[in-house]
Design a protein around this ligand. Structure first.
Ligand code: FES
Ligand code: FES
Length: 155
């Protein structure tokens, strides 16, 4: 099936199998390997992207369901060579160890801050509850999100 989709501001037209998951399309056909697959159970959130303004786990959608949509991945957050405030704060805190959960964690945090620019610690923990991290114990992730919230615009 042919789909038309905008990914990180660039328009693509591609043939996909009807069964192709959005995450596999993004990684294998568009080359957005910053979006990763951490499970096969829709649990980990590592594959989180923004689809038309809402964060979604891209392993839970078919590519054909994103036909006509606009997707932002972790690779689309940097603007003019400047890291997004969340990318910076995750790096500075640091809010990561192995980094595998980080792309999805940042995309989920971005969605959270869009809806709640000044979240409490509990609201942050609730906002990222769909994203699993096996390394950090979450403490520095929460601090990184707080730091980004306090820093500047996070859209
Ligand atoms: Fe999508 Fe784990 S890879 S939730
Ligand atoms: Fe390793 Fe989160 S930093 S899974």
């Amino acid at each position: 099936m042919k789909i038309q989709i905008t990914v990180d501001g660039v328009q693509y037209q591609d043939d996909v199998e009807p069964r192709t998951l959005l995450v596999h399309y993004l990684r294998e056909q568009v080359g957005k390997v910053g979006t990763v697959v951490g499970c096969d159970t829709s649990n980990c959130g590592a594959c989180t992207v923004d689809l038309d303004g809402q964060s979604v786990k891209s392993c839970t959608l078919l590519a054909v369901q994103a036909d006509g949509s606009s997707v932002t991945t972790i690779e689309g957050l940097e603007q003019d060579g400047e890291l997004h405030p969340l990318q910076r704060s995750f790096s500075e805190q640091p809010g990561l160890q192995c980094g595998f959960c980080t792309p999805g964690m940042i995309m989920a945090a971005r969605d959270l801050l869009k809806n709640n620019p000044n979240p409490s610690e509990d609201e942050i923990r609730e906002g990222i509850e769909g994203n699993l991290c096996r390394c950090t114990g979450y403490h520095n992730i929460v601090k990184a999100i707080q730091a980004a919230a306090n820093s500047e615009v996070t859209a």
